[in-house]
Design a protein around this ligand. Structure first.
Ligand SMILES: NC(=O)c1ccc[n+]([C@@H]2O[C@H](COP(=O)([O-])OP(=O)(O)OC[C@H]3O[C@@H](n4cnc5c(N)ncnc54)[C@H](OP(=O)(O)O)[C@@H]3O)[C@@H](O)[C@H]2O)c1
Length: 327
């Protein structure tokens, strides 16, 4: 990435989260002045942010919730760009998550994104990148059979409701409203839709998608559904968010997914590198799942690393942080 000559001010929402922490790190390394919103600046789970290179001089944290419009306005003041990453991400089964109710998933994602966009307008922000999800693309019974899913594809709201997939319902509503907003606003809004995000963490607490990868090596379930996981490295997602922000040609939505791998192949790959963990014992065949195309993002200049690198760096990181202990 090229270094920025002048010091431009950009705000990242939910700065202490898994993806956002990498976004903050890359922005600081490129010379940006970074505003980061967090719900509790004194919480130990955000302490890694102040240890990032150049954070002491160029990172300022603002205490706000996505439902606090005035707090967002204060955080965005003086910024030319906002990278809206914050949103509740469930841990555990998507239809019955362990850490959020239906309301707690939908309200911050949908009303929170509306608040972010209004606060951007008030602060005269020029460009916003909204982090959506492949969950806003692929959750539909009507997937194309003969080609990978692209940016024309949207998750089906009624299907999300019927399957109680409130996370994907919330992400789909929030993203479609954000893109709709461009029609009635001066604000330049681009969305990025990552698939399952794996790779090393900068923060000290586990997030939903890292826990999923960890579950393959730790839980050793009797049988696991052999579904296809579209995956992407967290550092490549952070790069894609910066690319969408910095590239003036970026327009509309971008799927951000690098590899598609079935559960069994993923576990076998991990087992071949790290045999001393507790892997699933058998697999239940499942309907072949989603294939996503990131051609549009690639044509903007996005590149991704090999899956092996993601897995090796993730496992090393989990071992160093005590989340994985060999037996
Ligand atoms: N990880 C994935 O596989 C994946 C895949 C596709 C899309 N995404 C999207 O990427 C974004 C970041 O996900 P992540 O994996 O980095 O998750 P994460 O580590 O759980 O981070 C989520 C962030 O959102 C913040 N947040 C949640 N509710 C909030 C609220 N009401 N007000 C203010 N902040 C709030 C959290 O703040 P606290 O720390 O205060 O809770 C946290 O900083 C989300 O938009 C997610 O939908 C993630």
């Amino acid at each position: 990435m090229e270094r920025k000559a002048e010091k431009e001010r950009v705000c990242v929402t939910g700065a202490g989260g898994y993806i956002a922490s990498w976004v903050v790190k890359f922005l600081l390394s490129k010379g940006y002045i970074v505003h980061g919103t967090v719900r509790d600046p004194s919480d130990e789970k955000n302490s890694h942010l102040k240890k990032l290179e150049k954070a002491l001089e160029n990172l300022q944290l603002f205490k706000t919730d996505l439902l606090d419009y005035e707090g967002l306005c204060a955080a965005f003041a003086g910024c030319s760009g906002v990278l809206h990453v914050a949103s509740p991400v469930p841990i555990g089964p998507i239809s019955n998550p362990e850490n959020f109710t239906q309301e707690e998933l939908i309200e911050p994602a949908v009303v929170g994104t509306r608040n972010v966009l209004s606060a951007c307008e008030k602060a005269k922000v020029k460009k916003v990148v909204v982090v959506s999800s492949a969950g806003a693309v692929a959750v539909t019974p009507n997937r194309p059979k003969d080609r990978p899913m692209d940016e024309e594809c949207w998750s089906d709201l009624e299907y999300c409701k019927a399957t109680q997939n409130y996370y994907c319902l919330a992400k789909t509503i929030a993203e479609s409203e954000a893109l709709e907003h461009t029609k009635k606003s001066e604000l330049n809004i681009v969305t990025v839709c990552p698939s399952f995000v794996f790779g090393p963490m900068l923060q000290s607490t586990m997030n939903g998608s890292c826990l999923l990868l960890l579950s393959f090596m730790k839980d050793g379930g009797e049988s696991v559904k052999n579904i296809v996981y579209p995956v992407v490295d967290v550092r490549d997602v952070a790069e894609s968010i910066l690319l969408a922000y910095e590239n003036p040609d970026a327009v509309g939505r971008y799927i951000c997914s690098a590899h598609s791998i079935q559960a069994q192949a993923l576990a076998e790959k991990l087992k071949s590198m790290y045999p001393n963990y507790n892997y699933p014992k058998s697999y239940i065949e499942d309907e072949k799942d989603v294939e996503l195309s990131s051609e549009k993002l690639q044509s903007l200049g996005w590149k991704y690393r090999p899956l092996e690198e993601t897995l090796v760096d993730a496992v090393r990181n989990y071992e160093e942080n005590g989340f994985l202990v060999e037996h």
